[in-house]
Structure formats: C-alpha cells, structure tokens
Design a protein around this ligand. Structure first.
Ligand code: SF4
Length: 233
C-alpha cells in the first residue's frame, strides 16, 4: 500500500511541478542520500534527462558543483531537511540496526519500539552536529558535513555487510546468504574495515574538485532568446 501510494503521489506531482522538482528533488528518499554521499565528483557527465534547463530545482542537485543537502538552505523547510539528513542520518542508521525485525505492527507499542531507537539516535547525532558546527567557519563546516556523510555510510555498512552474510548479532535480519560456516568472522570484519576506509578517504580526505554530477544543459530562456534574435536577423 505504501509503495502504491508513493507511486501515485510521484505521478500526480509530475502534473503540477516541472521536471525534477516534482519528485526527485523533494520527496524521493533515495535522492537525499545520494546528495549526502555525492559531494565529491571525479568528473561531470552529460545530462541525459534534461534537454534544456528550466531551473526546476534551486539549487539544481545535478548541476551544482560539490552539492550536499546543506547547499539548499533558503527556506526553513530546506534547513530542517539539511539538518535531519546531514546531522541526523548517522544516529538514525545506528539506531535502525539495533532494532530486530518486527512482524506484528498491529500492536502500537511495537511500532513505538521500532522507531524509538532510530529517532533517539538521530536526535543524539543532530545535537552533536549542532554543537560542532557552532565552532566552525564555512570551510571547516563543509569538512564536518563530509565527516558526517562518511559516518553515515560507514555505520550502514558496518552493520549491513555482516547481516548480509549471516554474521548479524540479532538473528537472521537482512540475511542474503549465510557464510557463517564457510568463512571466519575476521574476513568479513577485514572487508568491512577496508570498505569503510575507502569511504572515509573518498569523502573526507580526497581533494575536492569543482565538479557537478552532470553538465547543465542550456537554459530554456536563453535558447528562446537565441531563437528570437536569429529570427530577427
Ligand atoms: S538541469 Fe535544470 S531542468 Fe534539469 S534538473 Fe537541474 S534545474 Fe531542473
């Protein structure tokens, strides 16, 4: 029901809002995570979605160099969104992996149990983020945002990979294939630490290039103006 509802919302929004402002830049839960992790680009690719830019999203996540959710901070909602996804995400992920799968959510207390710890974790990491950022200038604040992004993705894989291969501390949650009787646990721990090191290096220590995800196409208005001036000639 939730998936069907979200599909209906996404399609309906497409009738009222331009291009990516309908779903991608707003309610899509994946896009916010992409924005958090995608701040350090190696190169920019041509834009395969937008043939011309109608300025649908300000700032455009695809075309703004070194974009992160904190770059959209004009309205109070954008500020709250940035704080939740940058400051709250590491704590939320940590809390999420402390809760076992729950199958009977008809009992209200079960729903509370599922969400209490993730939101408490999010609140804790938001408080930490706010304390730290209050001491920092703009440049150091950007580094702090990358540190929180690295903390979020590292926390995720710290728990997720052992879960996938049967080394979870809480039963069979998220199991893909059990390698418990095939591999010693230290192999998985080593792989996870290796992966986390790559994320931390990429997001925190790797140099920042002035690159966006995609190359912005020509603005629709400019295209129109060029067309009119050509017609006049
Ligand atoms: S390039 Fe322009 S039209 Fe395309 S998503 Fe970005 S702002 Fe919207």
């Amino acid at each position: 029901l939730l998936l069907m509802l979200l599909i209906a919302v996404g399609i309906t929004m497409g009738f009222f809002f331009d291009w990516k402002s309908a779903w991608c830049s707003t309610l899509c839960p994946i896009h916010h995570v992409e924005k958090l992790y995608g701040g350090k680009q190696l190169f920019s690719l041509p834009n395969a979605h937008c043939t011309e830019c109608v300025n649908c999203s300000l700032p455009c996540p695809d075309s703004t160099p070194n974009f992160h959710p904190g770059k959209a901070h004009k309205s109070i909602l954008q500020k709250i969104n940035a704080l939740l996804i940058i400051g709250g995400f590491p704590g939320f992920i940590w809390g999420w992996f402390q809760v076992p799968d729950v199958y009977d959510t008809t009992i209200p207390i079960q729903l509370f149990n599922v969400y209490a710890l993730p939101w408490m974790g999010a609140a804790g990491s938001i408080i930490l983020f706010l304390c730290l950022i209050s001491f920092l200038d703009k440049k150091s604040a950007d580094v702090l945002i990358q540190i929180f992004a690295a903390a979020a993705v590292s926390t995720y894989y710290w728990y997720r990979i052992p879960e996938l291969f049967g080394f979870s501390k809480i039963g069979k949650d998220g199991l893909l294939i059990s390698l418990k009787n095939t591999l010693p646990e230290w192999v998985i721990t080593f792989l996870v630490i290796l992966l986390i090191s790559v994320f931390v290096w990429w997001l925190v220590f790797n140099k920042t290039r002035h690159k966006s995800w995609l190359i912005r196409p020509v603005f629709a208005k400019r295209k129109e103006q060029a067309f009119h001036s050509l017609n006049k000639q």
